[in-house]
Design a protein around this ligand. Structure first.
Ligand code: SF4
Length: 348
């Protein structure tokens, strides 16, 4: 069952409170390079990114966010560490949210300045606890960055905001391994009702990072925990968005786009299933319809999967059978199979 969370608004995107789970990513460009950053955000938006975050390590970067914001269509979050002046500048630039830990941006007076301005502008703050940068006293108390230590850190920052009467908050508690990440989110989910931004931090390179994120986020989402997600990969951020979409799609939490099924192929295969499946998936990746497409190598499991699919290819000797909504539609020679099949699906 989905956890009940408070709803906040990041630009025009609702997060929490039953809103659809959104996909986030982060730019890898130098934020001061406005043109490159806008170009990357545009590509990410086309890929399906719904909230973007950019680092603002300098005042100049925070100022650049103003120009970037004018050119993009999705909400932008400024990622701030340590310096309240950069947070103030980002707010003046019109960002849609801040990612900062209030305990890390300066003395009380400066925290008040940032929180007051965020409140005036109705801008949410994401508290982002990271297992790799926990406060020293908590590391000492717990011995290491345990889930409990991460939760205590998050609650400290939450209380700072709440003591200033600020509740427009979202939380993340990321560790670089699945167990601590899952446990930390499960614990915090019981303690507060703020929306949760899920992620496994520093998950790794494309292959391992995607698997690790899919496992960590999958466990939590399956349990109803999580309101927005970021798959964090050492790769082109487009891959983060694609992985995020696949995670949501496979959990039935995202309806648009194709659910793709293909057999693992074996010695019975009557065609090069790997080639056909890869090409079909790639050529249909721009389709937003909620349909299931299957590519099967022979008649052993082919007709069964075809029955459950909107469209299916089942290979046999020199031709392939195409099924629509479980019923045989036609045979297509292998030579024109991929293009003919794509045309049929797209025309439908
Ligand atoms: S559908 Fe046929 S080719 Fe594909 S794995 Fe099963 S038996 Fe092998």
């Amino acid at each position: 069952m989905k956890r009940n969370s408070k709803q906040i608004k990041v630009g025009n995107v609702l997060v929490g409170g039953g809103a659809p789970i959104t996909i986030q990513s982060m730019t890898t460009t130098n934020t001061e390079d406005i043109e490159a950053t806008v170009k990357q955000i545009y590509a990410l938006t086309v890929a399906g990114c719904e909230i973007i975050r950019s680092s603002a390590p300098t005042i100049a970067a925070a100022k650049a966010l103003k120009e970037i914001k004018k050119e993009i269509t999705i909400p932008i979050v400024a990622d701030i560490h340590f310096d309240y002046r950069i947070a103030m500048e980002a707010l003046h630039s019109g960002v849609d949210a801040l990612r900062l830990n209030p305990g890390n941006i300066g003395n009380k007076e400066n925290i008040i300045k940032v929180v007051t301005l965020a409140k005036e502008k109705n801008i949410p703050i994401r508290i982002g606890v990271n297992g790799g940068s926990l406060e020293k006293d908590l590391l000492k108390k717990y011995g290491s960055a345990t889930p409990e230590a991460m939760v205590e850190s998050a609650l400290r920052h939450v209380r700072i905001l709440e003591n200033l009467d600020f509740y427009n908050t979202k939380l993340s508690l990321k560790a670089s391994d699945i167990y601590r990440t899952v446990e930390a989110y499960r614990l915090i989910a019981k303690k507060v009702d703020y929306p949760l931004h899920l992620g496994v931090t520093e998950a790794g390179t494309l292959y391992n990072g995607t698997i690790k994120s899919a496992m960590g986020l999958g466990i939590l989402l399956y349990d109803g925990i999580g309101d927005t997600i970021r798959v964090s990969l050492t790769a082109d951020p487009i891959e983060e968005v694609k992985a995020g979409l696949a995670i949501l799609k496979n959990l039935g939490l995202r309806k648009s786009g194709i659910t793709f099924v293909s057999c693992p192929t074996c010695s019975r295969a009557e065609a090069d299933v790997i080639e056909i499946a890869t090409k079909v998936e790639e050529k249909l990746s721009d389709i937003n319809k909620d349909i299931r497409v299957a590519v099967m190598g022979c008649i052993v499991n082919g007709p069964g999967e075809a029955r459950d699919s909107d469209w299916a290819i089942v290979s046999n000797k020199d031709k392939a059978s195409v099924y629509k909504s479980g019923k045989f539609l036609k045979s297509i020679p292998k030579i024109t199979l991929i293009n003919d099949f794509i045309e049929l699906v797209k025309k439908d």
